[in-house]
Design a protein around this ligand. Structure first.
Ligand code: MRU
Length: 344
């Protein structure tokens, strides 16, 4: 039976997250009881994927308000702004995080009672979560218009229900294409070092019964050269106004292959992933994560002691390698700068 995957749920003043660190060996929930738990969950990648991080952050602010509601107003606002700040810094690249915190912090209005503020924050977080689901469905529908009746699609990292509230961005387009009766085959790459492709995307594909093969990252180039891939669909963590796109490390490499072998390379992302304050990809901060992600796989050491490690979590795909950007507001084509600014 198909599983209805929902990455997060706010119930009884707690945030329940699918613990993405332990999938697929274990399916268990991580419970956030306060905003510090949320900060940890984002930093440690209990939850990951730009849209899911944004929604989680919004509920983190709700948890902070619940915790601080009885404080005198001055202390309440001070603690709330501190909580916003801490969560805001929990990961640097996915702009949906900062976007959600900005949206929530606008509700910290000093002329309102703390009870009213808490109620407003709750409503807003629920709206952000619902909007995410609607946005994904819309991108699925729009993106499906670009998918041929029969297609073999390569995807990178995890952009599915786990990376959003449910459904997904790039994997959402694949879901929509399959649901519309198209003959779809997916290649999912492992996505070292955190293996979001093998641990999470492959798990979602199996749950959905979508025909797929998992490949090592190094196989993609051969498949593309041999004409085995019709198109590539990936997500995004932050898009500059010229279309340069930060996404999981390895995305850039795939975009180069797509360009050389002339296959479409699509970004699928909500407009909340566009950062209108960044004009080019060089202005996007790229997160560097722990060396342990490279030296170990699931706690097994696979590299010698004392080797130096370089572990950027994201790279930037230059706009010239991107065929189009699929958003909920429409499919953005070149010239990206002009067309992206129209969305502002
Ligand atoms: O480090 P992660 O797992 O949070 O990175 C996730 C990605 O790079 C995704 O492709 C991106 O967030 C889009 S998810 C819909």
């Amino acid at each position: 039976m198909k599983m209805n995957i929902r990455s997060l749920e706010f119930k009884n003043n707690k945030l329940f997250l699918i613990d993405q660190r332990v999938l697929p060996q274990q399916y268990k929930k991580f419970i956030c009881r306060n905003f510090k738990d949320v900060e940890f969950a984002i930093t440690d990648m209990v939850v990951r994927g730009a849209p899911a991080i944004g929604v989680t952050a919004a509920y983190g602010i709700v948890l902070a308000a619940i915790e601080f509601i009885d404080l005198p107003p001055k202390d309440f606002f001070k603690k709330m702004h501190l909580a916003c700040d801490l969560i805001n810094k929990s990961r640097p690249t996915a702009v949906n995080l900062m976007w959600a915190i900005t949206r929530m912090s606008k509700l910290l209005i000093e002329s309102k009672t703390q009870k009213e503020i808490l109620s407003d924050l709750r409503k807003e977080a629920n709206i952000i979560a619902d909007e995410d689901i609607q946005t994904n469905k819309k991108m699925g529908q729009l993106g499906n218009s670009l998918i041929p009746q029969k297609a073999t699609i390569l995807t990178h990292c995890n952009t599915g229900a786990l990376a959003t509230v449910k459904y997904g961005t790039a994997l959402g387009v694949i879901r929509a294409a399959v649901a519309s009766g198209k003959d779809i085959f997916v290649y999912a790459d492992e996505t070292r070092p955190r293996l979001q492709g093998s641990r999470l995307t492959a798990w979602e594909l199996v749950q959905e019964g979508i025909p797929a093969k998992l490949i090592a990252d190094s196989v993609a180039a051969t498949l593309i050269r041999d004409g085995k891939i019709d198109l590539i669909l990936v997500g995004a963590d932050r898009i500059a106004t010229n279309g340069d796109t930060a996404n999981k490390i390895g995305t850039f490499m795939l975009s180069v292959m797509a360009r050389v072998y002339r296959i479409p390379f699509y970004i699928v992302a909500p407009t909340t992933t566009i950062d209108f304050s960044r004009q080019t990809g060089t202005e996007i901060e790229i997160e560097e994560r722990s060396p342990r992600e490279v030296t170990h796989i699931m706690n097994v050491q696979i590299a010698p002691d004392n080797i130096d490690i370089y572990n950027p979590a994201f790279d930037v795909t230059p706009n010239e390698n991107i065929t189009a950007i699929i958003t909920e507001k429409g499919i953005i084509e070149k010239p990206f700068k002009e067309n992206i600014l129209k969305l502002k």
